[in-house]
Design a protein around this ligand. Structure first.
Ligand code: GUN
Ligand code: ZN
Length: 428
């Protein structure tokens, strides 16, 4: 048994539906009891009570540190680790100039393993305990990703990126090979320990109708898998793809026609949506994944968080590294706040934090499993230092509530604010 002490903060309701006070549980001197053997949370409660009840537990006391559920990055591209922050392009040129040449290197198993290891070391240092990542078209890139996650005990989602057109020769599969490779990878990795496979057509412009059809059929055969792709990120992209699928009503309809819309569909970006698309995405139960640092970095547009959450959409939060300019979910929450401001809504720190934890968990269909501090949930935790730099400390010092104390770290914090990360109860 392990007793981890500090401040604790977690959600019992959705802060987009309830007030921050009604939706969150905060305790200034509290603790989390973790079962080391199962990696799950046994109990959360006042520090003094837990110390008495669990007198034999190993105590790790973080003082004023804020214990939260580990951050969940619901959309990323680990193979783009090496090209994060590449200058000067919008989406299609950015893919052709920087992304595709880098992804072509992942046919080399040595390079793939090296980047996967580096990626997980970086995200864990940033307090992220779950990632949902695209891999490359190479099956080896999926094996390396899952193997490195498994080594660290992490709950992750991943899948082979499928592309059979509008990509360089060495980055194209076919409808059949995408189906066969993905099926083999599902058999090898899906449901092994904490690993979830996501069937992964990159986006409609890089798949033929035959490939989307094959992957839709595969998802039908493996309904416990997730499905991840991109939707309506940039206006040029939408124009381009609609020229390829003239029979489709809109971008969402392309995926819908091939059985690639439904619960468990993770639609990255989802910025430029018509009313029809919003209604259909809601009805289908798809998850929309907001990637704010990417949307500003590549110049894509402003996600309608307030409108989509009010309508009842499932929304997760994500870095989209390397289109996103950061591995940090703190920086990502800051960018979500800024995008909200540009759309006229100031997101409350409770809403930002919920998106990075319980909201992303819900988007991945993992509510109650991760993203919460509650009995039986998996003990993936991050401990934040709310005074990690002099600038943050002097601002937090005059705070009169936990939200005011937390907000400067959400806006100005980085990996220096991450005092500890726990995966399944183990300190990383
Ligand atoms: N659309 C298709 N592929 C990508 C990608 O790798 N990154 C982003 N941001 N958008 C995409
Ligand atoms: Zn992406």
């Amino acid at each position: 048994m392990k007793l981890i002490l500090g401040q604790t903060l977690s959600f019992i309701a959705d802060p987009f539906a309830e007030t921050p006070e009604m939706s969150a549980l905060w305790d200034r001197r509290s603790g989390v009891v973790v079962d080391d053997t199962t990696g799950t949370i046994i109990e959360v409660g006042p520090a003094d009570t837990l110390k008495r009840l669990w007198a034999n537990a190993d105590i790790e006391d973080h003082g004023d540190g804020l214990i939260l559920p580990g951050f969940i990055d619901a959309h990323a591209h680990y193979p783009q680790t090496g090209i994060v922050a590449s200058w000067g392009k919008r989406l299609i040129d950015w893919l052709n100039t920087y992304t595709f040449p880098e992804e072509a290197r992942f046919g080399d198993p040595g390079y793939t393993a090296e980047v996967a290891a580096r990626y997980f070391d970086i995200v864990l240092a940033n307090g992220t305990t779950t990632t949902a990542s695209f891999c490359t078209i190479h099956p080896e890139s999926v094996g390396a990703y899952f193997a490195e996650a498994q080594k660290r005990g992490m709950r992750v989602v991943g899948g082979k990126t499928c592309m059979d057109r509008n990509a360089p020769d060495d980055l194209r599969d076919t409808a059949q090979s995408a189906y066969d490779d993905s099926q083999r990878l599902i058999a090898r990795w899906h449901g092994q320990g904490r690993l979830t496979y996501a069937i992964t057509p990159r986006f409609a412009p890089t798949s033929t109708p035959e490939q989307l059809e094959a992957l839709g059929a595969l998802w039908g055969e493996h309904p416990t898998c997730l499905m991840q792709t991109h939707l309506s990120e940039q206006t040029e992209e939408i124009e381009w793809v609609m020229g390829m699928y003239p029979e489709a009503t809109d971008y969402t309809d392309i995926y819908d026609r091939f059985g690639l819309l439904g619960e468990g569909a993770l639609m990255g970006h989802a910025i430029h949506l018509s009313q029809r698309e919003r209604a259909r995405l809601l009805e289908a139960g798809a998850s929309l994944i907001h990637c704010p640092t990417s949307n500003t970095f590549i110049g894509s547009g402003l996600f309608d968080m307030a409108g989509l959450r009010a309508a009842g959409h499932r929304v997760g939060l994500a870095t989209d590294t390397g289109g996103g300019s950061s591995f940090s979910m703190l920086r990502t929450m800051a960018a979500a706040y800024e995008v909200g401001q540009l759309r006229g809504t100031a997101l409350h720190p409770a809403q930002l934090l919920w998106l990075a934890t319980a909201g992303s968990a819900e988007a991945l269909g993992m509510t109650g499993v991760i993203g919460t501090l509650a009995p039986d949930a998996e003990a993936d935790l991050v401990v934040l230092d709310l005074a990690s730099t002099p600038a943050i400390a002097q601002r937090a010092d005059r705070a009169e509530s936990i939200w005011e104390q937390l907000f400067p770290t959400l806006m100005m914090g980085d990996d220096r604010a991450v005092a500890a990360t726990y995966v399944a109860g183990q300190r990383m």
